[in-house]
Design a protein around this ligand. Structure first.
Ligand SMILES: Nc1ncnc2c1ncn2[C@@H]1O[C@H](COP(=O)(O)OP(=O)(O)O)[C@@H](O)[C@H]1O
Ligand SMILES: [Mg+2]
Length: 305
């Protein structure tokens, strides 16, 4: 029987979500009856708490060291196969500026962008823009600037979210719809639309709003959405390949009213609670939550050091 460590917790702001993802994944893998599952809660940025005699590690950590290449590199050193992208792809995806450079080079469309220093008096791009810290998740420190007077506060918030230093990312605001496509082992899953009341998928909409809906694009009454689904899957796969991702990743998009598709970001350790979008999307294709975890586990590998 193969022994699997499910890594969860960690010290990032997403610890609580990770504990939920990890619990669900550990239960699911155990239910398959073919794995000996060890639930490993990490309380620091190290694998000291993990038994080293495991056949693979299932990464249920979100954000910070668990998702930015740190844990991946540590597993590479131990030569233990792990789920999700390797250290290099994780590092690219965790940094929105690096991601945009890689995607542009590969010809995958992202919103026009620039960088701004913390004392910049005005936006380097025409308003409206979105100001964000290059290396954070969960929408903290991100704001839309529609009027010049809102610029200083937006920059200050983004700078604060990244610890008070460094330049911030400024992006052209893309109006329209928000979509996400999960990928497992190079297979794009059905696209999900994220419908919020405000048209903005910020912190409150992500974690608190009861009004955010997540319909499958395939259920849309608009026939043009069939074509959009095909295009989104192709763009998601192109982004995944460009960043060198493998295993599971979720690619987030904005779709402009003219049909233009823009990649916002890649999430290399997407949420895996029972309400999360990747398992929901895999289930749409007829897999159970446990089968989806098994599929991801089967794609586990490591990079030789
Ligand atoms: N360029 C943009 N145009 C329109 N909306 C955006 C843009 N960038 C971000 N947003 C909104 O902000 C949300 C969070 O931005 P995102 O870049 O995905 O950061 P995070 O890593 O925090 O999720 C998006 O889901 C989207 O609703
Ligand atoms: Mg996002």
């Amino acid at each position: 029987m193969k022994k699997i460590a499910v890594l969860m917790g960690g010290v990032s702001s997403e610890r609580e979500v990770s504990l939920m993802s990890g619990k669900n994944i550990a239960e699911a893998l155990s239910s398959l009856g073919k794995y000996e599952v060890a639930s490993v809660v990490l309380d620091e940025e190290s694998l000291d708490a993990m038994p080293k005699d495991v056949d693979a590690a299932y990464i249920a950590l979100h954000g910070g060291w668990g998702e930015n290449g740190g844990a991946q590199e540590a597993l590479d050193r131990l030569a233990i196969p792990y789920t999700g992208p390797g250290a290099k792809a994780s590092r690219i995806a965790m940094d929105k500026v690096k991601t945009k450079l890689v995607l542009e080079y590969a010809g995958v469309k992202t919103a026009k962008w620039s960088l701004a220093e913390k004392d910049a008096k005005e936006s380097p791009l025409p308003l409206p823009v979105v100001v964000k810290p290059p290396c954070d998740g969960s929408s903290v420190g991100i704001s839309k600037v529609s009027k010049a007077e809102d610029w200083p506060r937006a920059v200050a918030e983004a700078v604060k979210a990244q610890g008070g230093e460094g330049s911030v990312l400024v992006e052209e605001f893309i109006p329209g719809r928000e979509m996400t496509v999960g990928i497992i082992d190079s297979h794009p899953l059905p696209a999900i639309e994220i419908v919020t009341k405000s048209g903005w998928y910020g912190y409150d909409e992500k974690y608190f709003s009861e009004e955010t809906r997540y319909p499958f694009l395939a259920d849309s009454a608009n026939p043009a959405d069939r074509r959009l689904e095909v295009e989104l899957k192709a763009a998601a796969l192109a982004a995944y390949k460009a960043c060198g991702a493998r295993g599971v990743t979720r690619v987030d998009f904005r779709v402009a009213p003219d049909g233009g598709i823009y990649v916002l970001e890649l999430n290399t350790s997407p949420g895996f609670t029972s309400h999360s979008l990747v398992p929901k999307s895999a289930m749409r294709e007829g897999r159970t939550f446990a089968e989806t975890c098994d599929w991801i586990l089967n794609s586990a590998t490591f990079d030789r050091q």
